[in-house]
Write a protein that binds this ligand. Structure first.
Ligand code: AP5
Length: 216
């Protein structure tokens, strides 16, 4: 056995985190979300967190060298036959190339890259209505995936709040950054025969079922 991995690629609000949460509950995949790792670093006040916060607040990408450092550290923890599900990584051609080089060095295999496809209008609507639990990080949407009690997490009773980068202006910037710096990865993985397009605009459970079927 060797390390195997899949990638969830998609614009802000495409549903990467939502899919990852569902898939990891039904499989042995270890969920690696660079966005979550950076938010944890910010909350812990680490040097990585302090550096990342400046970029994240503006909706810009965090420099590749910072991202690669945290991802490589994560790979060291999983063991030689771990299954990884990357969410929000890679995000630039440089990250993808360095990930490939590292996978070759370790004899690891990238098996699927799922492009979660949604329109700009869907991204805007989803991010504007997203609510996150301050305590356990669970993800809701005020209309699409509402909590049983408004403002309260179903899982732990924690308070729900908006992510700091979910203001309208920062959402627009993140969508622009996706087009400029990440959309090029679609052609990169298409050429290598790894890309699978998934319509992510329907109900959550339908998209989860679609991905699970393709993973079998
Ligand atoms: P990150 O946290 O990765 O944010 P993002 O890519 O902008 O994506 P989001 O988390 O906003 O959206 P998502 O696709 O996960 O959607 P979700 O499932 O939450 O990154 C944040 C920042 O960190 C970046 O801007 C950058 O600064 C930095 N960063 C991170 N990784 C980096 C990297 N590799 N390189 C450089 N910088 C990096 O869904 C959204 C909402 O829709 C939720 O409310 C959800 O409940 C709802 N929803 C989801 N699916 C459905 C559905 N099927 N139907 C209805 N509602 C749905």
């Amino acid at each position: 056995m060797s390390i195997q991995a899949i990638v969830l690629l998609g614009a802000p609000g495409a549903g990467k985190g939502t899919m990852a949460e569902a898939i990891r509950g039904a499989t042995a995949f270890i969920h690696v979300s660079t966005g979550d790792m950076l938010r944890e670093a910010i909350n812990a006040g680490t040097p990585v967190g302090r550096e990342a916060e400046v970029f994240m607040r503006q909706g810009a990408l965090v420099p590749d060298e910072v991202i690669l450092k945290i991802v490589m550290a994560r790979l060291e923890q999983g063991g030689p036959d771990a299954l990884y599900m990357f969410d929000g990584f890679p995000r630039t051609l440089e990250q993808a190339r360095l990930m490939d080089a590292e996978f070759t060095r370790r004899g690891a295999k990238l098996s699927h890259v799922f492009l979660l496809d949604v329109s700009r209008a869907v991204s805007l609507e989803r991010l504007g209505g997203r609510r996150i639990c301050r305590r356990c990080g669970a993800n809701f949407h005020v209309r699409n995936i509402p909590p049983k009690k408004a403002g309260i997490c179903d899982n732990c009773g924690g308070e729900l709040s908006q992510r700091p980068d979910d203001s309208r202006a920062t959402i627009l910037k993140r969508l622009e950054v996706f087009q400029q710096q990440t959309a090029g990865l679609v052609a990169y993985y298409e050429k290598r025969g790894l890309l699978q397009r998934v319509d992510s605009s329907g109900p959550r459970d339908e998209t989860v079922a679609d991905i699970m079927k393709r993973l079998q």
